[in-house]
Design a binder for this molecule. Sequence first.
Ligand code: HEM
Length: 327
Amino acid sequence: MTERLEPTGRVRRYPFPFPADQYRYSANVAPAPGENPTAAGEWGGRVIDIDDDYLVELAERERILRADPTRKQVAPHMRPAIWDIITTLLPIMAADYPEVMAFQQDGPRCSWRNDLTGLELDFTVGDESTLPSDPLAFIGGQIQDDIAVLDEREGSLWLDAGLVTFAADWSMGFDVGMRFAEIHGPVPRIHEAGIASRAERFLMRLQPGEKYRRTNWTMTIDRRLDTSTETYPEWGRDRRLVLDDPAFADRVHLRTEVQHLIRLPETGAILFLVRTYLLSLSEIASVPEWRRRFGEVLRELPEDMAEYKGINRYRLRAAEWLLADAV
Ligand code: HEM
């Protein structure tokens, strides 16, 4: 007899992204925050989610940024928007994690305490010399999310700043300065379906302070967060080599991105946060509903979408593994 084990914390909090057995692109935006129950637990109760991997992921971001500073880009006109991110996110974190974080603001003067990183700091909005690093690196050192910031002008959104160390097969250095439609140029189906232009119009209608979220997904070999274009030579071939690995189900991961879309209150820029979560096929198999559903999604996914996601070599093998003995 097989016993159903208690799911681990990672499984319990995993943002499982499939509401049906078939997956197609859609705007799928919902107001944030909001707790979302799943077959194993729930996710989404907080805009900034801090978990057991917090310090490990912040150290990983710092390492990547040191090795490749192009992961961080700030057009000069976006500097006020970066301060806007800081004074928007730190109070949210302090309210959500009062045991370990505190924030106070009096005019431009702020104080921030983060017991998890051992940081206690007084700083002045607009004065970079009062922070331990430049403002974008500073806020990127407090949250696990990747950060992109878009400016609205000429009837479009432009990706004019960002700190992205955990990109799923794209490059911040390459995309900076592009319009929303250009950024999404390589994505199949969303242009013909009008999804990209509708999403951009939706974002331009957001009111100051409004927060929404959506999920996106792909797959990654191993618990590798940095699958940027820049490091492709390090991870690209694993997608082929994994097929012969007896540890296939432990190495192949579902990668969910929880993406927050926030209109910043002072500058009106759009903040796009991307928080990445990885769960191996073996972990997914501990939740029978997820095992079957993910197997069905992978089996049915059209080839052009599988190819764009870079999962075409191994997705049917993964589907087979998941659906064998599925209940
Ligand atoms: C607001 C800021 C956003 C930014 C900066 C952004 C950025 C990106 C980037 C860089 C990619 C990868 C493109 C590539 O392969 O080169 C991507 C993919 C994608 N984006 Fe966005 N995005 C944003 C919002 C949205 C929204 C609101 C939607 C809603 C429809 C959306 C839908 C998609 C889809 C469907 C993909 C393909 C994902 C996949 O199959 O793995 N994005 N986005």
